[in-house]
Design a protein around this ligand. Structure first.
Ligand code: ZN
Length: 133
């Protein structure tokens, strides 16, 4: 089965720590050891792993992506949100995390971040939990 979690983003561009949401899905799955495949079915947001200890890192990532020149490119896509499409591709739309002892195995400073580039809006994160044989 695919677990589908809804996340409402609060602004146009923001990184949101969704680690606790994914941990909760892992617990609900009752799988002790395996992997979680975590995916966003969208074209203007992404998912990534980065520091969740200092909240300024999230702001710095958004700020850096806003200042590498993407916004000044002239795009063909008429919807007006091409920078968000490009940033989504840079960040990526899936991650894979190990599960041990019914919990995510992350580095000490790591958290799972939904990267919104065209909000605010309601997003979905899809999670597939695969049990180790
Ligand atoms: Zn578009």
């Amino acid at each position: 089965m695919i677990y589908k979690e809804r996340i409402r983003t609060s602004s146009r561009e923001v990184l949101i720590d969704i680690t606790s949401i994914i941990k909760n899905v892992v617990k609900r799955s009752n799988i002790v050891s395996g992997i979680a495949f975590i995916y966003v079915p969208h074209t203007t947001c992404g998912i990534t792993i980065n520091e969740n200890a200092d909240p300024d890192v999230k702001k710095d990532i958004i700020n850096a992506l806003a200042n590498i020149g993407i916004e000044s490119i002239s795009f063909y896509h008429l919807e007006g949100n091409s920078p968000a499409h490009v940033k989504s591709t840079i960040v990526g739309s899936s991650i894979t995390v190990f599960i041990e002892n019914s919990d995510l195995v992350l580095g000490r400073w790591q958290g799972i971040m939904l990267a919104e580039f065209d909000g605010p809006r309601e997003r979905e994160v899809w999670i597939k939990i695969i049990k180790e044989l």
